[in-house]
Design a protein around this ligand. Structure first.
Ligand SMILES: Cc1ncc(COP(=O)(O)O)c(C=O)c1O
Length: 459
């Protein structure tokens, strides 16, 4: 297949995203000085992705390929933020609110009901709120991986030290020689009678491997385990219908791939029993960090397909919230729905597949830490070893220099990541590249050419 054919494989994708529910609230009130919204390009336009790029204010003198760390809000989102901040200041508005209108748009876009969706400050907030809310006791075990982020590791370590919860980690594989089923076997073998929670990142931020969420959720269901997914990179990148994943909790960011305002995220929490996705009873869960827990307590958790209360509300309301931030989130959610979540996924993951093909051609497929061939493990993050001498990937100073020279010599922002590799004496520190909706094939070719040249200079 031709190199560009790899990208075309992913097609234009169907427009996706449910209809948004318009419930008036603080966040949806029109700002007095609202500018006319930018026109979203029409699919089929030969300039389609160039016009998408024009929706963003991102500095085009630099090729930014680190969406996995932070996104860049579109101009219209910045206008909403500025206008709302001004309006709130002028009218001294407060918001002791659960932002139901914003949650309704988010729930429709992410494929769940509003009672299952909380607004958070970021992924780490959602992870901590979930872990602290599960009634885990001394000796209970969380089964996780050795490639987790501090957003999950930190609250788990605190549960270990404070409550006596046991943290067990499977060693995950790297590279192209892996299949989705490998993860099921890996976790299956590690489950014990003490295991209560399966927690994993999908994708991992280290190798950009999309762990097979549905298969792992099924495994967890068979063993009566609660599932928590660190899905930091899912919102805005992947067009998943959250409730179909069959998991109990999924924490994500709306400020990375979703390009919403900084300090925003979502937490999906299963709140009713839908047997087609997950027939198990709901786990014990306390919305611990909230300011609206009722004096009379909450009703029992539902055992049917009808929620017994709006859990998302308790996960969201915490004192006076930010009307501006939530308005910005609502705006960017609507923009993604308009562009089409499937179209964005196809484009971003398609560019990553193109990048992997180019990397395999130049450096060899063995240089990839991300999988390339199993479509169930793909996402828009790509990690690989850029060094001509492969052993240099264990030299963290050299890896840092590579990232820094990509910026200073080529005006390209990428990052590196460090992680243990099975059988390796030292951690590997490869580079990681994010491809997204404001990138095109020519950007992928540019970053590959630059890295190839730089790797020769640093050989
Ligand atoms: C897998 C993963 N989890 C959690 C986080 C933390 O994200 P946030 O800043 O949204 O809390 C990151 C950040 O890059 C991440 O990659």
């Amino acid at each position: 297949m031709s190199r560009r054919g790899v990208l075309r494989l992913f097609g234009a994708g169907a427009a996706a995203g449910g209809a948004s529910l318009a419930v008036p609230s603080f966040a949806s009130a029109a700002p007095a000085t609202a500018a006319a919204p930018s026109a979203i390009p029409v699919p089929g336009d030969p300039q389609y992705w160039r016009k998408i790029e024009q929706l963003f204010v991102i500095n085009r003198d630099v090729l930014f390929m680190n969406l996995g760390t932070v996104g860049s809000p579109p101009a219209d989102v910045l206008s909403v933020l500025a206008d709302t901040n001004t309006r709130v200041a002028q009218n001294t508005e407060s918001a002791y609110s659960s932002f139901d209108d914003v949650r309704a748009v988010a729930a429709a876009g992410f494929g769940c009901d509003v009672d299952e969706l909380g607004l958070t400050h970021n992924t780490s907030d959602g992870m901590a709120k979930t872990l602290v809310g599960l009634g885990l006791k001394v000796g209970d075990e969380i089964l996780t991986t050795n490639h987790e982020h501090s957003g999950g590791n930190s609250p788990m370590a605190q549960l270990r030290d404070r409550t006596g919860v046991v943290i067990t980690r499977v060693q995950v594989p790297v590279g192209n020689r892996q299949r989705a089923e490998d993860y099921v076997e890996l976790f299956r073998k590690a489950i014990t009678s003490k295991t209560k929670v399966l927690m994993f990142s999908a994708p991992t931020y280290k190798t950009g491997t999309m762990l097979p969420i549905q298969l792992l959720a099924k495994l967890a269901q068979e063993h009566g385990l609660t599932t928590l997914v660190d899905g930091a990179h899912i919102p805005g990148m992947m067009n998943y219908t959250f409730r179909e994943l069959g998991v109990d909790f999924l924490a994500g960011s709306t400020a990375k791939w979703h390009c919403g305002p900084g300090g925003t995220g979502v937490l999906y929490a299963r709140n009713k029993v839908l047997p087609q996705f997950n027939p198990n009873p709901l786990p014990e869960f306390w919305p611990s960090i909230t300011s609206s827990y009722p004096d009379a307590g909450l009703p029992d958790r539902s055992t049917t397909s009808t929620a017994s209360y709006d859990l998302g509300r308790y996960l969201t309301s915490l004192g006076n919230g930010s009307i501006a931030l939530t308005s910005g989130v609502k705006k960017v959610l609507e923009m993604w729905d308009q562009i089409g979540r499937q179209r964005i996924e196809d484009h971003s993951v398609g560019l990553a597949s193109y990048l992997k093909e180019l990397v395999a051609e130049r450096w060899g497929v063995g240089s990839l830490y991300s999988p390339k061939d199993d479509p169930r493990l793909l996402c828009a993050l790509t990690s690989f070893n850029p060094f001509r001498n492969p052993a240099d990937v264990m030299n963290s100073a050299k890896s840092a220099e590579f990232v820094s020279r990509m910026k200073s010599q080529y005006s390209i922002t990428i990052r590196n990541v460090d992680f243990p590799v099975i059988g390796a004496a030292k951690p590997h520190v490869p580079v990681r590249i994010s491809t997204h909706l404001f990138h095109r094939e020519e950007h992928v070719e540019r970053v590959v050419d630059a890295m190839w040249e730089l790797s020769a200079q640093m050989a």
